[in-house]
Write a protein that binds this ligand. Structure first.
Ligand SMILES: [Zn+2]
Length: 438
């Protein structure tokens, strides 16, 4: 199987080329660009290799998506969806060591916005899809390759739109793999654990709103909307939601305990184990409980006028089945005199077992024999939330072998986002093996 190595080498060139297409998604039509170009680039590469592709603009002009299907040996088995989003969050060139849209390959890395979120996976799946078609590889079941718009603004003009308006493109799909899983984390004595995402927290946008008596800033005021809101925001910010060990988090911590020898029991404070995780502790720590972080605060229009209203927005991330209890807790903490609005998307979760997980394990072990795979919960959300509406099971698996000292979680939406070249080549080889036995 080692002969697959050479053919997936083009993954580096593909990743670099995709990064050079600026697909910034600001969430506003005016600042969003490049998705059509990137989708056309992907479609051409697929067609070169012999695929028929479907190009769909979802929602609005330019929001390009590409879907292609490779028939498998057993067409009665449910298909596997391999999806990547092509859009990226904005990047400010003056803050970077290299231009964020240069796709520069230097110092053992491919640099640029999207290198890990998630043009690396788009490039890996494209390289493998091309190789399979060129070489006449018949996977065990149908593979559906999808390259999508708008994930960074919730997928309203991407996965969400396609699920609602073009569900037939995903006919027969039962399972999916995509981003934020399959990357390595070095724990204990140089043992690499590969984290497979089996769950994602739910996401909620909480808006708090206060009203008060407006008037001249020089007078006595006891009913100030801004002050009341600020106090409520401070209370909620200081509030810690209850610790709850969900199955993927418990399994993950038990796995790390096993690998490091740091004991961990159900009743223990997880802080000790988190301390062994390095930079990933920030993300794993966020999956121990619900979180609510204030992100926007707006009030006032003039320095000598007390305004009549004020509002703030919290980014809330919830563990499975916590919505009702979470909102009860929020109401109790912010107290009376504060109105709230709430919009949410559900959590995603599946078990860490079955033939798909077996295939992931075998593919990783073949390339990294001492590796260990662990399930984990992602603190953020992905397009998996949209595909869940079609009953599609999701696992985050975009394989990458990373150097032990790289702060991987900081690279997502971060400055100097980059992916190691050897890790990318490793990932393409693993994906190749995995898709041959999925
Ligand atoms: Zn992403």
């Amino acid at each position: 199987m080692r002969e697959s190595v050479q053919d997936v080498d083009e993954v580096v060139a593909l990743a670099s080329a995709l990064i050079r297409i600026d697909t910034t998604n600001t969430g506003e039509p005016s600042g969003t660009r490049g998705e059509r170009l990137a989708a056309e680039y992907v479609a051409e590469r697929l067609e070169d290799a012999g695929y028929e592709t479907t190009y769909v603009e979802s929602g609005a002009p330019g929001r390009g998506n590409v879907i292609a299907r490779l028939p498998g040996a057993d067409r009665d088995r449910g298909a596997l969806l391999v999806h990547s989003h092509l859009d990226v969050v904005p990047a400010e060139p003056s803050e970077w060591s290299v231009h964020p849209f240069s796709g520069e390959v230097s110092g053992g890395y491919v640099w640029g916005r999207g290198a890990v979120d998630m043009k690396h996976m788009a490039a890996m799946s494209l390289a493998v899809a091309r190789r399979f078609r060129r070489d006449g590889v018949v996977p065990p079941r149908d593979l559906v390759f999808a390259y999508l718009a708008d994930e960074e603004a919730g997928g309203v003009n991407g996965a969400g739109w396609l699920v609602q308006h073009r569900p037939e493109l995903f006919d027969g799909v039962t399972e999916a793999i995509s981003e934020v899983g399959g990357f390595s984390l070095t724990v204990g004595d140089g043992v690499r654990a590969y984290l497979v995402e089996t769950a994602e927290k739910g996401v909620g946008w909480l808006r708090l709103h206060t009203r008060g008596t407006p008037g001249h800033g020089s007078l006595l005021h006891t009913d100030n909307a801004v002050a009341r809101l600020a106090a409520a925001v401070t209370r909620l910010d200081a509030h810690e939601f209850p610790l709850m060990l969900t199955p993927p988090v418990r399994d993950f911590l038990a796995g790390v305990s096993d690998l490091t020898g740091v004991p961990f029991d159900e009743g223990d404070d997880p802080a000790k184990i988190l301390g062994r995780l390095g930079s990933v502790a920030r993300m794993i720590g966020a999956t121990l409980r619900d979180t609510a972080n204030v992100t926007m605060f707006s009030a006032g229009y003039k320095d000598n006028v007390v305004p009549s209203t004020a509002s703030a927005i919290f980014d809330c991330r919830l563990l499975p089945d916590r919505e009702e209890a979470f909102l009860r807790e929020v109401d109790a903490v912010v107290g009376p005199g504060v109105e709230r609005e709430w919009k949410s998307m559900p959590s995603v979760s599946t078990s860490f077992d079955g033939t798909l997980v077996d295939a992931m394990t075998a593919a990783i072990i073949a390339e990294d024999p001492d590796a260990r795979l662990l399930p984990y919960m992602l603190s953020a959300g992905t397009d998996a939330k949209a595909f869940q509406r079609l009953g599609i099971r999701h696992l985050g698996f975009a394989p990458l072998r990373l150097p032990p000292d790289l702060d991987f979680t900081a690279l997502f939406h971060g400055i100097d986002e980059r992916v190691p070249v050897d890790g990318l080549l490793f990932g393409a080889r693993v994906l190749d093996r995995f898709l041959r036995m999925c």
